[in-house]
Design a protein around this ligand. Structure first.
Ligand code: HEC
Ligand code: HEC
Ligand code: HEC
Ligand code: HEC
Length: 290
């Protein structure tokens, strides 16, 4: 969906820059003049974006004995460095020709840097360890749009003590932050009583930036969960609506950027509920280690 993604199109159609196309339509005939009816652009990240080697030969990590191709075999194929060209970059300072003249000293996506600091990276895993799922004839790059993959990233535990509800959320399954990737990705952790929705307590988990007129940008919020990080989110019972029923809903939602622009892409998948529990707040539950 890299080139057809509704939110990408909203932004790209305002200013059709070659820079955007270089990652979102890398196979387009010419990034500077990319046309909407260019079948290679419409592929987005197509097979040949990754598998195209020198002299028109297929590039892969291994060649199977019965392969009819003159495959070029490369150990570096599929390494973190291989993904880095698209999954790691800073905010650009755009020039008139649609290419950056420089970059701000502020990462826009830094999934690969996040990854390099993890135990998984140190023991020699790479992005393939978690993101490649074999499917007939090829493979899928499963990520947060796959419910099981998203769920595997997080663990949580709920407890009640001293008039407070506490949820401990841990990034146990992603070897980078959760969320990672695009700037608009985030999660919300909510506590509310069905009878008093106006008293909902909500925590934001993600990144937010502000820009000034001079083109500078500042990271103002970064509450993403780093790899292996565990964090407590708290709500005081009395803040959730006095006199309301005893049960409290607790929900962790992953919000995709397209969720916030639903009219752009009717029919696409909406937010994912990572977990939702309804607990009886009058019953204390011990807070243990995750
Ligand atoms: C040519 C640029 C490019 C390369 C190389 C690339 N990606 Fe991506 N990748 C993208 C773009 C652009 C998207 C976003 C597509 C969208 O949102 O529609 C994306 C999306 C993803 C997603 C999210 C899928 C989802 O469910 O939303 C994962 C996971 C991913 N890439 C992993 C990888 C891995 C692992 C590698 C290295 C083996 C890699 N990518 C190499 C450009 C690239
Ligand atoms: C984002 C990059 C990327 C894209 C896009 C991509 N692949 Fe791959 N592909 C890989 C990587 C990395 C491996 C190596 C997996 C391994 O050996 O661990 C691979 C392996 C393969 C293999 C197994 C050959 C081998 O290396 O042992 C086949 C077959 C294959 N891909 C076909 C496809 C097809 C068909 C498409 C398009 C539908 C596609 N790939 C799109 C990155 C990509
Ligand atoms: C130990 C497993 C693991 C490794 C290694 C890993 N990831 Fe992930 N990744 C996940 C899980 C689980 C998610 C889903 C949760 C989320 O979105 O944060 C995810 C999400 C993502 C996303 C968010 C977009 C989406 O929709 O999925 C991107 C982009 C991504 N990974 C890229 C990478 C790249 C690039 C590497 C290598 C540098 C990598 N990942 C290594 C487990 C892993
Ligand atoms: C260096 C490569 C690169 C460049 C250049 C780039 N992008 Fe992306 N973009 C990505 C990757 C990788 C993702 C997916 C990250 C993820 O899954 O969270 C992405 C995601 C997005 C998304 C979010 C899609 C979604 O639904 O999650 C939008 C919108 C977007 N890009 C717009 C743009 C626009 C507009 C430009 C040009 C001004 C641009 N991008 C330039 C690599 C790039």
């Amino acid at each position: 969906m890299a080139f057809t993604n509704g939110l990408f199109r909203l932004e790209f159609d305002l200013r059709r820059t070659a820079w955007c196309a270089s990652c979102h339509a890398p196979s387009a005939a010419d990034a500077r003049t990319v046309r909407d009816d260019d079948a290679l652009a419409l592929q987005g990240i197509g097979c040949m974006t990754c598998h195209m080697g020198a002299e028109g030969r297929l590039l892969a990590r291994a060649k199977s004995p019965d392969s009819p191709h003159k495959t070029l075999v490369s150990e570096a194929f599929g390494s973190a460095e291989f993904c880095e060209g698209c999954h790691e970059f800073r905010f650009p300072v755009m020039g008139d020709d649609g290419m950056p003249t420089g970059f701000l000293d502020l990462p826009m996506q830094e999934t690969v840097t996040e990854f390099r600091a993890t135990a998984a990276a140190k023991k020699g895993d790479d992005c393939r360890s978690c993101h490649m799922e074999p499917s007939e004839g090829a493979h899928r790059f499963v990520g947060s749009h796959d419910a099981a993959t998203l769920r595997s990233a997080l663990a949580w535990e709920v407890c009640v003590a001293d008039g407070e509800l506490r949820v401990e959320v841990a990034n146990i399954g992603a070897a980078h932050a959760v969320p990672t990737g695009g700037v608009n990705r985030h999660m919300v952790l909510r506590f509310w009583r069905s009878e008093a929705p106006g008293s909902m307590v909500e925590h934001f988990i993600g990144r937010r930036f502000v820009g000034d007129d001079g083109g500078e940008k500042t990271l103002v919020v970064n509450t993403s969960l780093a790899a292996a990080e565990s964090r407590s989110f708290v709500a005081k019972l009395r803040d959730l609506g006095a006199g309301a029923e005893d049960f409290v809903n607790i929900e962790l939602r992953y919000i995709y950027p397209l969720d916030e622009f639903a009219k752009l892409t009717p029919g696409t998948r909406r937010f994912a509920t990572v977990f939702h529990e309804r607990i009886k707040a009058s019953v204390p539950a011990a807070c243990s280690e995750l």
